[in-house]
Design a protein around this ligand. Structure first.
Ligand code: 5GP
Length: 379
């Protein structure tokens, strides 16, 4: 007989952060930098723990250069050659503390990762990334990378439950990537019925990781700066974003012109588009579990980062956290049934992923959005 868990599990949209009395005068008083010593590598990191995802449209060298100026991190997509890595490291020594090299679990992936780590000693983080972090094969791979590179800080995932977080940490991973199904271009929940509401996954996985001296990344599902704040409030040590960083100058891909508007292509790493590009097609035995969408061209990612980090500072001020590290201790979530007033939604576009839209017009003196604010789906 199947088990049913009757506890309600929550997403970012189901809660708000409750404001608390505070002695902070302004958001400029908030320190977003964290210093973390990792459990297995023993390495110490200092930075603003916001991460660009290792998707090939987001985890680019250009993104890393810009995010590093904010103290933020980039997990590079796994398709850069060793030569490209060597050039980047030579030209951007200051950004190297904020980048990770990514890898899947095939023998080819391991060889490529090894040659990057052997030839580019400035790389001190790796991101071992599979859609399903529950396989024995993945655990074996994490052990293999740990045995070969004892001093490298290992990010590994994705999983959504405490017992698997513990297993990966005890197998040598330092930071566990949490999230199955919440991503903006992810179709796993639709194709497989598998997933876990992201806020609850983060709360439960952070508890498991912190109990062992490990750390977690909340990966996927952030649609606006407020969601990033909620993820930190839930106990995430790092928050990873894909869709919120898509469509910028620093994102991969060309700017295209569609119906007089500039757009860029954004797609999941297991979408038909990505598989076509990198492995020549979708294998018969697996379904594509990612979408391809067109997002409006959004210019320089600096403006988006300022919006995200400004929102985060402000959230810390509201809950009375002088440092980002204190945020989860100061957090009380309120369960809500509605969190945004949508009467004039679309007037402000800034960093919201849901602001991918078609036409804006001025009507009765107010900016109104036409087209429902939804992404145009291509497949
Ligand atoms: P977002 O910030 O766009 O909501 O989520 C980004 C995350 O979605 C990525 O970091 C990654 O974990 C996940 N993701 C990226 N591509 C795919 C895909 O093709 N399928 C699935 N299931 N998840 C994806």
């Amino acid at each position: 007989m199947p088990n049913i868990v009757y506890d309600v599990k929550l997403d970012f949209k189901d809660v708000l952060l409750r404001p608390k009395r505070s002695t902070l005068r302004s958001r400029a008083d908030v320190d977003l930098y964290r210093e973390i010593t990792f459990r297995n590598s023993g390495a110490t990191y200092r930075g603003v723990p916001v991460i660009a995802s290792n998707m090939d449209t987001v985890g680019t060298f250009e993104m890393a250069k810009t995010l590093a100026q904010h103290g933020c991190f980039t997990c590079m997509h796994k398709f850069y050659s060793v030569e490209e890595w060597m050039n980047f490291a030579k030209e951007n020594p200051e950004a190297m503390q904020y980048v990770a090299a990514s890898s899947g679990t095939s023998d080819g992936d391991f060889e490529r990762l090894k040659s990057i780590l052997d030839n580019v000693p400035q790389v001190s983080f790796v991101c071992l990334d599979v859609a399903n972090g529950y396989s024995e094969h993945f655990v074996t791979y994490v052990r293999k990378v740990r045995a070969e590179f004892p001093k490298i800080t290992i990010m590994a995932g994705n999983v959504v439950t405490g017992e698997m977080v513990e297993e990966l940490i005890m197998s040598g991973a330092d930071i566990i990537k949490v999230g199955i199904g919440p991503g903006s271009v992810c179709t796993t929940r639709k194709k497989t019925g598998v997933g876990y509401p992201q806020l609850s996954a983060v709360i439960e996985c952070a508890d498991a990781a912190h109990g062992l001296g490990g750390h977690i990344i909340s990966d996927g599902g952030c649609t606006c700066p407020g969601d990033v704040a909620k993820a930190f409030g839930a106990g995430a040590d790092f928050v990873m974003m894909g869709g919120m960083l898509a469509g910028h100058d620093q994102s991969g891909g060309e700017i295209m012109e569609k119906n007089g508007r500039k757009v860029k292509l954004f797609y999941g790493m297991s979408s038909a588009t990505a598989m076509q590009k990198h492995v020549g097609g979708v294998a018969e035995y697996r379904a594509s579990e990612g979408k391809t969408v067109e997002v409006p061209y959004r210019g320089d990612v600096n403006a988006t980062m300022l919006d995200v980090l400004g929102g985060l500072r402000s959230a810390c001020t509201y809950v009375g956290a002088g440092k980002l590290k204190e945020m989860s201790k100061r957090t009380t979530f309120i369960r809500v049934t509605q969190q945004l007033n949508e009467v004039f939604s679309g007037g402000e576009t800034s960093t919201a992923v849901h602001s991918v839209q078609t036409v804006q017009s001025v009507h009765n003196g107010y900016h109104q959005q036409q087209g429902g604010g939804v992404k145009r789906k291509l497949e």
